[in-house]
Design a binder for this molecule. Structure first.
Ligand SMILES: NC(=O)c1ccc[n+]([C@@H]2O[C@H](COP(=O)([O-])OP(=O)(O)OC[C@H]3O[C@@H](n4cnc5c(N)ncnc54)[C@H](O)[C@@H]3O)[C@@H](O)[C@H]2O)c1
Length: 456
């Protein structure tokens, strides 16, 4: 890392010039530091990965109550994604989006150019598929930038080890880093966590989580058509390729796993699992259609996780906790509102209801930005990398157990040597893809019990 970024200066130290002061201090509920006349108090943003979530995260960043923000640079590897994202954000936020053509970058090294448009202390949003997260985060640290990075932040042992080191480096440099596990910012879940800690449902004995829906995201993938490179096709369909995303398991199930582990206040020490492929039709992705996982915590408590990506079955998208005195809803149907509740028994009926969070539950996607920006502006320690990397690792541990058919421990997963996307930092538009299709256009898939040392 360059010496230039060896700073632990606060944002105020970094910003000495600029135009008028915006009305940050008028904002209710957020600790906004005193800003001196003549300082430019606008935090500039760059967006790397201009897809669905990148657009949403940039919108949330520009909606924050914690002072003015402005989007000034964007990067993607697909021009059409970048331009539609720009159009949406410009339409919604107008003057807060000032991205000249010269600051829109379509290339694999566009992330560097976009970050070069920022000043130390500004914020870069990393919202590509997770394979690129450590690459982009490395450069952000070099540039002295604060970061918001989407989950998962890693897909395997080697990338988790890198991310943990980078997280420590970011802490040393006093950079603020938010990770898009927004449920951790949910006020309803936070109150439930406290109630569980206070013994409202007794000692926790079991956690259960479900994400049983149809095939989501970019999971149902037909063979590559002509007119797009193998690499770009795999990136475009990233839920289908384990190197890019950890597959639908890592991408979809991480939130439910993480919120359950939050309530337990621990990470599981091992996972065993099963899963399989059923109705594949013409689809060539590497995922299983269902996953059934038993996570075990150090005290023997279990987290049972059911993931299913099959249409036409009953659907559930929720997490629950059970204790010696009752039960709790951690999330009810999707991420927000969580509709957290506690019950006096294990039948979750109105008769048994002990407590429920109020109906006007604040949106955690907004809260995560209010918290990050407030920390930046008041120069308070704020770094979610370790927790985000560990949540990503625990998620990969369950996936690895299902894909290999073996029990996998936390330590085995952390120290595993299979890097799904080696040298992802060197990719260019002309590069070969990290995995190649066979002569029938199919990619290697997990074979539990047969391929046991790695996932494929
Ligand atoms: N927190 C949440 O609830 C939530 C919800 C959705 C997605 N996500 C996460 O956000 C990330 C993106 O998901 P999405 O749904 O927005 O996908 P998406 O495909 O809509 O967007 C990803 C964008 O990144 C671009 N991209 C890919 N590789 C790139 C690279 N090397 N450099 C620059 N741009 C690159 C793609 O072209 C695409 O435009 C994933 O990690 C996903 O898990 C989080």
């Amino acid at each position: 890392m360059s010496d230039q970024s060896q700073n632990t200066l606060s944002r105020r130290d970094l910003l000495k010039a600029g135009a008028g002061l915006a009305a940050a201090s008028a904002l209710a509920g957020i600790a906004v530091p005193h800003v001196h006349a003549g300082e430019d108090n606008t935090i500039r943003l760059a967006l790397v990965g201009c897809g669905g979530r990148g657009t949403g995260a940039a919108g949330d960043a520009m909606s924050t109550k914690a002072g003015p923000t402005q989007l000034v640079a964007m990067a993607d590897v697909f021009e059409d994604r970048l331009s539609s994202c720009y159009k949406n954000l410009k339409g919604g936020f107008d003057k807060q989006v000032e991205v000249p053509e010269s600051q829109k970058f379509v290339s694999f090294d566009g992330y560097q150019k976009a970050m070069d448009c920022l000043r130390p202390g500004d914020v870069v949003i990393l919202a590509t598929p997770p394979a690129f997260r450590w690459v982009h985060f490395t450069y952000a640290i070099q540039k002295g930038l604060n970061v918001f990075m989407e989950k998962p932040v890693t897909v395997d042992g080697p990338s988790t080890r890198k991310m943990l080191k980078l997280g420590e480096e970011a802490v040393k440099r006093n950079l603020k880093v938010g990770v898009g596990l927004m449920c951790r910012h949910c006020e309803a879940r936070a109150e439930l966590y406290k109630r569980i800690k206070d013994g409202e449902i007794g000692d926790l004995t079991l956690l259960r989580a479900y994400r049983q829906t149809g095939p989501g995201g970019k999971m149902p993938t037909p063979p590559k058509p002509d007119g797009i490179s193998e690499l770009l096709y795999q990136i475009q369909r990233f839920h289908s390729f384990l190197w890019a995303s950890g597959g639908c398991y890592s991408d979809f199930l991480i939130h439910n796993i993480d919120e359950c582990c939050w309530m337990k206040d621990a990470w599981p020490v091992k996972a065993s699992a099963s899963g399989g492929r059923h109705f594949r039709g013409n689809f060539i992705d590497q995922n299983f259609d269902h996953y059934s996982v038993e996570y075990t915590f150090a005290d023997g408590t279990k987290l049972l996780l059911e993931g299913r990506n099959i249409d036409g079955c009953s659907q559930e998208f929720a997490s629950f906790a059970h204790g010696t005195k009752g039960a709790a809803v951690i999330s009810h149907s999707g991420h927000s509102p969580a509709k957290c509740r506690t019950f006096k028994g294990h039948n979750m009926t109105n008769d048994n209801l002990a407590w429920k969070f109020r109906d006007d539950e604040p949106n955690p996607y907004r809260l995560e930005w209010d918290h990050l920006m407030a920390a930046i502006r008041s120069d308070k320690p704020y770094n979610e990398v370790k927790r985000g990397a560990e949540a990503s690792l625990v998620t990969a541990m369950g996936r690895h157990a299902a894909h290999t058919g073996r029990v996998v421990t936390f330590d085995q997963m952390l120290n595993h040597d299979h890097e799904l996307a080696p040298e992802v930092d060197k990719l260019t538009m002309a590069s070969a893809a990290p995995i190649m299709a066979d002569k029938d256009g199919k990619y290697p898939v997990p074979m539990p019990g047969k391929t046991t040392k790695r996932e494929f």
